[in-house]
Design a protein around this ligand. Structure first.
Ligand SMILES: Nc1nc2c(c(=O)[nH]1)N[C@H]1C(S)=C(S)[C@@H](COP(=O)(O)O)O[C@H]1N2
Ligand SMILES: [Mo]
Length: 177
């Protein structure tokens, strides 16, 4: 069987050129940190963070949030029926992106609900900051735009009122302390 070989000296040189070009633009971008938001932020992160993008805080609009690694989670919740399919960003990845270093995240919601969450939760468990549920974008009328979702079906110890308090819906701000 005839196989096509793309690796001519020309294509190899072009690939190297492209890789070099991409590395060249990626490096200054990484050094400059998180880009500034261009639309209204969904989420504000303050406190002990190494990579702010607006003053001393990190603000995420939808486009910046969408740029983070995406993850899914299927779980029951205490406020919905059956198992739901969530998509979003791992809290661990979000906090890594802003260089968060602290013992707790103080989470505040649009309805002024406020709760302390130990940072340990995000290292021990794949806690998701969900922006969609069952394929629908979460809105402020329905637990959104961002909802902290614990993998409660995968860990019996998470099926506890102590964790239910930390399932912050309508999340607006995380303050790292
Ligand atoms: N934004 C927000 N998130 C919240 C709450 C709240 O009042 N506001 N209540 C917490 C509590 S006490 C529990 S037990 C769970 C489920 O609350 P619910 O049954 O009132 O939805 O969500 C948590 N997340
Ligand atoms: Mo509660």
């Amino acid at each position: 069987m005839l196989e096509r070989d793309d690796s001519t000296p020309t294509t190899i040189a072009l690939r190297r050129l492209a890789a070099g070009f991409l590395a060249g633009i990626a490096l200054p971008a990484a050094a400059a940190g998180l880009p500034a938001p261009e639309t209204t932020p969904l989420l504000y992160i303050s406190g002990a963070i190494a990579h702010p993008n607006v003053g001393e805080e990190a603000h995420f609009d939808r486009s910046l949030f969408d740029d983070l690694p995406r993850q899914t989670l299927d779980t029951a919740t205490v406020v919905t029926d059956g198992v739901s399919h969530f998509e979003g960003v791992l809290m661990r990845d979000l906090l890594d992106a802003v260089g968060a270093e602290g013992d707790k995240a103080v989470a505040t919601a649009l309805n002024d609900y406020i709760i302390d969450i130990p940072m340990q939760d995000f290292h021990e468990y794949d806690v998701l900051l969900a922006d969609t549920m069952d394929g629908e974008t979460l809105t402020a009328q329905d637990k959104g735009p961002l909802w902290i979702v614990y993998p409660r079906d995968d860990h019996t110890e998470l099926q506890d009122i102590r964790y239910d308090y930390r399932w912050v819906w309508q999340l607006e701000r995380l303050e790292i302390r």
